[in-house]
Design a protein around this ligand. Structure first.
Ligand SMILES: Cc1cc2nc3c(=O)[nH]c(=O)nc-3n(C[C@H](O)[C@H](O)[C@H](O)COP(=O)(O)OP(=O)(O)OC[C@H]3O[C@@H](n4cnc5c(N)ncnc54)[C@H](O)[C@@H]3O)c2cc1C
Length: 378
């Protein structure tokens, strides 16, 4: 039998996550938007509320909850601040490869701090040469005196300047078909966060570059088997990363629908609210239909993962649908606002800007279609 309802525990978590977002995250949004910085307080709040601990096993200091609960939390946080949800989701993207592929020593060393918020993580795969083709990676590693020496540059990295624990993909300097993944830490010589991007949306979310100049990484920081780094990085991106973008999209979509309904009920034209005009009702219906469909797709993928199955294909379908639908919802919400949809004091302008950023991260819509067509044709 198919059960589309949350468990009691999931419902309680949803309530707590909504309250957390509304009381602890919302007050920081104006500064994050205005300065394009201001991320420190929300990162601290995420740690204190154990939001980063959701998928970490209990024996490593986490909550031992699954992908569905993480999606619930991300959706609720993104409803208030997609920028915060984005930093949280990529933080999780740095955590899950350690859970899945880390040695016992690595789990013991990193996971308790990541669960409590003492540490914060990211994954650094993308390079200026192109994110859709990670095999074009130019960041190299070379084994030298029992450690690895890394050289290269990573771009568009979420949490680049926040994360003290970075899961980095590199290619063997002498064998361009062998990729490995390493855990890098702040303070390692030759490891430096450099440029910070100024994005059109999700302004308060830290996105930037890291540079590796003869960065010496101890052998015990190799994550997963040497030469299998593509699997380590891609497993995390295809499940945790895409689930994360689905959470961001569903939360933003909900915010757009709520703003559109509020404005349509309050704006009086021809002596009645514009919510009585069928053209506006149909926009609201489209937003609602796509939100409901996106939720079914997203939570189906997360539930499949929680049942122990691989859900890469289901996540690709849901990531494509929810990110595109959230962009349409943001445009419709702004349209319903008429001229006010162009004025910064209305949050729909932020939603519209934020919606542009949903697409590329964890794979563009084109890449999702490549995956989905492969699935359909197989
Ligand atoms: C806000 C933000 C946060 C990010 N955070 C991270 C992060 O934390 N860590 C990280 O490693 N990366 C991160 N990224 C990078 C992201 O994963 C890449 O932007 C994405 O993979 C696309 O790579 P690209 O930007 O180099 O575009 P390209 O790969 O150069 O693509 C350019 C165009 O070609 C299209 N294209 C590419 N291949 C195909 C194909 N096979 N068929 C059809 N069309 C194709 C694309 O869809 C796109 O339209 C982030 C990006 C953004 C915008």
């Amino acid at each position: 039998m198919i059960d589309f309802t949350f468990t009691e525990e999931q419902e309680l978590f949803q309530k707590a996550a909504r309250e957390f977002a509304e009381t602890k995250i919302a007050p920081h949004v104006p500064e994050m938007e205005e300065t394009g910085r201001g991320w420190d307080p929300v990162i601290k709040e995420l740690g204190e509320a154990e939001m980063m601990a959701i998928t970490i096993p209990e024996e490593n200091g986490g909550l031992g909850l699954g992908a569905v609960v993480r999606l619930i939390a991300l959706e609720e946080i993104a409803r208030i601040s997609v920028a915060t949800a984005m930093m949280m989701q990529v933080g999780g993207l740095g955590i899950d490869p350690i859970i899945l592929f880390g040695s016992e020593e690595q789990k013991e060393k990193y996971l308790p701090g990541l669960a409590s918020g003492e540490r914060f993580a990211t994954v650094a795969v993308t390079e200026p040469s192109g994110g859709s083709d990670p095999t074009g990676c130019h960041t190299t590693y070379k084994k030298q005196n029992g450690s690895y020496v890394l050289n290269g540059r990573k771009c568009f990295i979420t949490n680049s300047h926040i994360a003290d624990t970075q899961v980095v993909l590199a290619v063997d300097e002498d064998n361009h078909e062998a990729f490995s993944t390493f855990i890098l830490e702040t303070g390692m010589e030759g490891f430096e966060p450099t440029h910070i991007e100024h994005k059109v949306g999700m302004r308060g979310c830290n996105t930037g570059e890291i540079e590796l100049k003869n960065c010496e990484v101890p052998a015990e920081n190799l994550l997963g088997p040497e030469g299998k780094g593509m699997r380590v990085s891609m497993t995390a991106i295809s499940e945790t990363g895409r689930a994360g973008m689905i959470g961001c999209s569903l939360g933003l979509h909900t915010a757009c629908l709520e703003a559109a309904v509020k404005f349509a009920n309050e704006r009086i034209l021809y002596g009645k609210p514009i919510s009585r005009l069928q053209a506006q009702q149909f926009k609201i219906a489209d937003m609602k239909i796509e939100l409901e469909a996106g939720r079914l797709l997203g939570y189906r993928a997360a539930a499949t993962q929680d049942k122990g199955g691989r859900a890469g294909n289901e996540y690709a379908v849901a990531k494509y649908f929810t990110t595109e639908a959230a962009q349409r919802a943001a445009k419709m919400a702004a349209d319903i606002h008429g001229g006010y949809g162009c004025m910064e004091e209305f949050p729909v302008t932020r939603y519209l800007r934020d919606s542009f950023i949903l697409g590329p991260s964890a794979g563009t819509s084109d890449i999702m279609k490549v995956i989905v067509s492969r699935w359909a044709l197989s």
